[in-house]
Design a protein. Structure first.
Length: 302
């Protein structure tokens, strides 16, 4: 039976690293230990929990069912201890931490730009790393501290994470200024809309169908999509240099020069953008301050 008197914090850190890395070599490197030292700690853990905890595999080690049962509790204990040791207050003007935020290219323009504009005057020494979203790794990245915050849509959020709505986004129709289709009129008819050359974003790459096409199909209509790109960022430049049209999120094109933004001739459902984070940073003063500033920046952009 495990005795709390023989189980110190370093053993819990070793168990957590082994659960994450599934390799004695990588876990030892992560903790700054030698392999023999970590092996000795693993032996002490095995004695404490009366279980092998990890068995050798072709590549690294594999946790036993008992080790997997302990995983969530170990992370929670380490997070609470880490929070306990953090300063009770946070001074953004003096802070020199680094925060990593995962975001899509849309969120970089619609969320990160106003957020960073608000951040720098308040916390000039803070560093922010913006990295791509990897939906299948979000939970693991947040658990391990590889990222601190992720900007997602609700349907892509893993379970057991904290989340808060940032805003509701709507779609608009975007053309270049002086587009001949708008000569003498302020909007497009459905017929004009369908007849134009359309561009859309396909995150998977190479797709030529999106939410707009689903709405049109339900009405027995079809548009002509002739360009598919993988990123929102490039589309405004393409639209300025052509007679193409695109249906894009409003925050992406708001205040951009050389473009005309009008309401689509059909109702196109928008989407919700949210921020998600892990329980380990939920009560941390620095992370709470950062999230509050993010939420305020998104409100100010409305």
């Amino acid at each position: 039976m495990c005795d709390i008197k023989t189980l110190d914090l370093n053993l819990l850190k070793a168990l957590d690293a082994l659960l994450d890395e599934r390799s004695v070599t990588r876990a030892a490197a992560r903790l700054g230990l030698t392999q023999p030292a970590l092996s000795g700690m693993l032996n002490r853990l095995r004695e404490s929990f009366e279980d092998p905890l990890f068995v050798r595999a072709q590549r690294g080690v594999v946790p036993t069912p008992r080790a997997l049962e302990l995983a969530a509790s170990v992370k929670q204990v380490l997070a609470e201890i880490g929070s306990m040791l953090q300063p009770a207050s946070f001074d953004p003007a003096q802070a020199r931490q680094t925060f990593t935020i995962a975001a899509t290219d849309y969120a970089l323009r619609a969320v990160a730009v106003p957020f960073l504009s608000a951040l720098k005057p308040r916390a000039s020494h803070l560093r922010v790393a913006l990295v791509p979203v990897e939906n299948d790794r979000i939970q693991t990245q947040l658990e391990r501290g590889d990222i601190d915050l992720a900007l997602l849509t609700p349907e892509s959020v893993p379970p057991d994470l904290h989340a808060r709505r940032l805003f509701e986004e709507r779609y608009v129709c975007v053309l270049r200024q002086g587009h001949p289709a708008l000569a003498g009129q302020d909007n497009l008819t459905i017929e004009q809309f369908c007849a134009l050359d359309h561009a859309l974003v396909s995150y998977a790459g190479g797709g030529f169908r999106g939410v707009t096409d689903e709405v049109l199909a339900a009405m027995g209509l079809q548009r002509r999509v002739t360009l598919s790109v993988k990123s929102f960022i490039v589309l405004p430049d393409i639209l300025r240099a052509s007679d193409m049209v695109a249906v894009l999120p409003n925050r992406l094109v708001a205040k951009q020069e050389g473009l005309t933004v009008i309401e689509p001739p059909i109702p196109i459902p928008g989407f919700t953008k949210i921020a998600v984070w892990h329980a380990r940073t939920h009560r941390d003063p620095a992370h709470r301050w950062l999230r509050d500033l993010l939420f305020q920046a998104c409100r100010d952009e409305l």
